[in-house]
Ligand binder design. Structure first.
Ligand SMILES: Nc1nc2c(ncn2[C@@H]2O[C@H](COP(=O)(O)OP(=O)(O)OP(=O)(O)O)[C@@H](O)[C@H]2O)c(=O)[nH]1
Ligand SMILES: [Mg+2]
Length: 223
């Protein structure tokens, strides 16, 4: 990379950080917990959000900003759960940027508890972009393999929690959840790690409990 390319990249990230800080301040002012979901394509981000929508119904209010290269499909899936959702299509870019969230944030209802941002499916690019969230989840599904944390360390280093997904498939695959867990913890000791099967609704309550505890901390100013 040339010095000029490096300078442009640094300036881009600095501009993104500024926009992200404004979003974080706005969400905190409203008492909303922002959660950014990162993973490879198809790891089960939308499926987890659908399962959380079922679990939170009548108890907590959520909204979702969906990021994809193309299509409105994920936002439509979330809306079918009765949850407000906005779709951002990047037209090719492999990650969301804070300025994209900034354009939508004014439409998000003030009285929700959780604002989930599902990033574009990619385990590399989104890791560098703060979207103004308070929590970052990185999902890793059993079919991807238990060796991925060490291969994509930036994403796991940036995470607050790792969610091992599609647990129902693990027994049929050469996937060792303990190895995945150990690799993630070697990158970032102290990470929260959850195991879920959104398909069966298993383990989703653990993620929900972590979200509610984080919301309580945010609202009591202990975040
Ligand atoms: N067996 C099994 N399949 C799952 C589970 N969760 C999701 N899937 C399936 O995995 C596929 C991808 O799930 P999505 O929720 O669309 O994954 P995603 O991460 O949102 O995908 P992108 O938004 O395209 O990156 C779908 O066919 C889901 O039905 C699970 O817990 N178990
Ligand atoms: Mg999705």
């Amino acid at each position: 990379m040339t010095v000029k390319t490096l300078t442009v990249a640094r300036d881009l990230l600095a501009t993104n950080k500024q926009a992200a800080e404004a979003i974080r301040a706005e969400l905190r002012r409203r008492g909303i917990l922002g959660v950014n979901l990162l993973s490879s394509p198809g790891s089960g981000k939308t499926a987890l959000l659908e399962a959380l929508a079922d679990l939170f119904r009548g108890r907590h209010r959520m909204a979702v900003i969906e990021g994809d290269v193309e299509t409105e499909r994920d936002a439509e899936r979330i809306r079918r759960k009765g949850v407000p959702a906005w779709q951002i299509t990047t037209g090719g870019a492999c990650h969301l940027e804070a300025r994209m969230i900034g354009k939508v944030i004014g439409e998000v209802p003030a009285d929700i508890d959780f604002l989930f941002i599902e990033n574009v499916g990619n385990l590399v690019c989104p890791a560098s972009y703060d979207l103004g969230e308070d929590l970052r989840f990185v999902l890793l599904s059993a079919p991807e393999g238990d060796d991925k944390p060490a291969k994509y360390p930036a994403a796991f280093l940036s995470a607050d929690a790792v969610i091992l997904t599609k647990a129902d498939l693990a027994p049929h695959l050469p996937f060792d959840p303990e190895r995945a867990r150990a690799e993630a913890l070697a990158i970032k000791p102290g990470l929260e790690i959850f195991t879920v099967s959104a398909l069966r609704g298993e383990g989703v309550d653990g993620v929900a409990g972590f979200l509610v505890a984080s919301l309580d901390r945010l609202r009591s100013g202990r975040a």
